[in-house]
Design a protein around this ligand. Structure first.
Ligand code: PLP
Length: 500
């Protein structure tokens, strides 16, 4: 059979579930609860040397074509163009900035000022292409958010044909800036709704809606299916591989390394999506020695990477790096799959243990192999604030709290390994201006915009236009519902959006 049509994606928990990449992207996750993976990943070898001459867009085309073989060359080209051209405020998309001597990969130049834009600008393009060729139905994307994912998904899916998006956020559970970003979103197909409950309520009710068979049938009669936009979707994960290759190219171009030399990456981590994309790049031939996985006070990953035991039975902390406040790192399942020699039965067992006991322990040979590629570290809020101040004073550059967590871990690690290391900057400091200003200048303004202005005046770093424009922007979404009414809300929204 022609490779293009092959069902090369299988579930991490069951090899009998097979999908083409288009089907996998439309479904989001496998019916058995597993994540889609490609067994041939380590046989794909990227033309790294040739890629050193490529633009970001050309690199993206090369990587997407290799991993999404049922997309035609024209389709891939168009997706890349529509995802990135004129959407980022820097032509490099993810520029590598050298802060004195520290290479910082700036992933926050997209429309919502966090790295999630890189994946969530691309996912809607891939999804709408897949709908056309799979003769698919209309798709309603459901997202529960505690912050950055909601706005990035709204921006990505805004006005994409045959797709609607509904975002649920906890009333009083997101930052002012994050709420403002969401409720001012325009677009015919966007819906944002606060729920009276916390993030876990939003998340678990969305999962229940996905599993509601009667609702599924009623939506089916309206020619609509549901899908998800979080990082378990390969259509969001794969585009993130690109900036690792791009960073490598820039390290060579700026004379920091010779071509072929190994480097390290330090990644502020929550759901393990970002750092896993880096590991995929390594599997496909990028010369990387190790990934430094940085956590905040919720350091379930640090514990795992030092003991081989994953245990989510612990207290949950709200920190100043909220996008990393997470106790279940979904994408770790994909890493375990590859590191176990693609043993779906073994993964099924581990995930069952996670569901039933909230913990699992991996076999020691697998654990040793994981430790070769990944190092874990963490940083609490107090140290994070001190790092923001120190970095600003020593390097003249403002880090956001997530990136500061990364720098602390990187600094510790570099005491024992001088390999050149790139720090991934996952958000603009202006998304968290009060915390940043408080850390660097020991003062903070109640008013978010006044705070941003002050930080700009003192630090000289420019406020992104997309955040400035929010001041005085029209509020378009004011719905607040009880958490028990989410299902009815979704059904009503589908009717209004696709059938009125
Ligand atoms: C989502 C997010 C992270 C965590 O990324 P994962 O892919 O979930 O590991 C880190 N920093 C910021 C700013 C984020 O928005």
């Amino acid at each position: 059979m022609e490779k293009r049509m092959q069902k090369i994606y299988t579930s991490t928990r069951n090899k009998d579930i097979k999908r083409t990449s288009k089907e996998a992207i439309l479904a989001g996750m496998a019916d058995d609860g597993g994540l889609y993976v490609y067994d041939g990943l380590d046989e794909v070898k990227l033309p790294i040397r040739d890629m050193m001459e490529m633009s970001y867009a050309q690199m993206a085309e090369t990587i997407l074509s290799a991993l999404l073989p049922d997309f035609t060359e024209e389709e891939v080209k168009k997706c890349v163009q529509d995802a990135y051209a004129n959407r980022f405020d820097n032509d490099d998309i993810t520029p590598l900035h050298i802060a004195k001597d520290v290479p910082v990969l700036e992933l926050f130049h997209g429309p919502t000022c966090a790295f999630k834009d890189v994946g969530l600008r691309m996912l809607p393009q891939l999804m709408s292409t897949a709908i056309q060729s799979c003769k698919g139905k209309d798709v309603m994307i459901l997202t529960a958010t505690s912050g950055d994912t909601g706005k990035a998904a709204l921006e990505g899916f805004k006005d994409v044909e045959h797709i609607g998006i509904t975002v649920f956020y906890p009333d009083h559970g997101v930052s002012n800036m994050q709420k403002l970003q969401m409720v001012t979103t325009s677009g015919q197909n966007t819906k944002v709704c606060a729920i009276q409950g916390n993030f876990d309520d939003a998340q678990s009710n969305v999962k229940k809606i996905f599993q509601d068979q009667e609702l599924k049938e009623r939506l089916n009669e309206m020619n609509t299916t549901l899908s998800s936009a979080n990082s378990i979707n390969i259509g969001r994960l794969i585009p993130q591989i690109v900036y690792y290759v791009f960073a490598y190219k820039e390290m060579v171009r700026k004379g920091k390394i010779r071509f072929g030399e190994e480097i390290n990456f330090c990644v502020p981590t929550g759901n393990y999506g970002n750092v896993l994309a880096g590991y995929y790049a390594k599997c496909m031939g990028l010369p990387v020695k190790r990934f430094l996985v940085a956590s905040n006070a919720n350091h379930v990953l640090y514990d795992f990477l030092t003991t081989g035991i994953y245990d989510r039975n612990r207290s949950f902390f709200k920190t100043i790096s909220p996008s990393m406040d997470i106790l279940i790192s979904s994408n770790l399942e994909r890493l375990l799959y590859y590191k176990s020699g693609k043993d779906a039965d073994y993964i099924h067992e581990l995930m069952k243990s996670l569901e039933e006991k909230g913990s699992y322990q991996v076999r020691s040979d697998i654990f040793k192999d994981i430790q070769k590629d990944f190092y874990g570290g963490y940083c609490d809020d107090e140290t994070c604030a001190a790092i923001m101040k120190e970095f600003y004073e020593e390097k003249g550059y403002v880090l956001d709290p997530h990136t500061a967590v990364g720098y602390k871990v990187m600094k510790d690690y570099q005491k024992n390994d001088a390999t050149p290391c790139v720090l991934l900057a996952t958000a603009s400091p202006y998304k968290f201006a009060p915390a940043v200003e408080n850390a660097i200048f020991q003062q903070s303004n109640e008013d978010e915009f006044a705070c941003m202005e002050e930080l700009q005046r003192k630090s000289g770093a420019r406020i992104p236009d997309s955040l400035l424009l929010l001041q005085g922007a029209k509020i378009r979404h004011e719905d607040v519902i009880d958490k028990e009414d989410m299902r009815d809300y979704v059904e009503k929204t589908v009717k209004e959006m696709f059938h009125d």
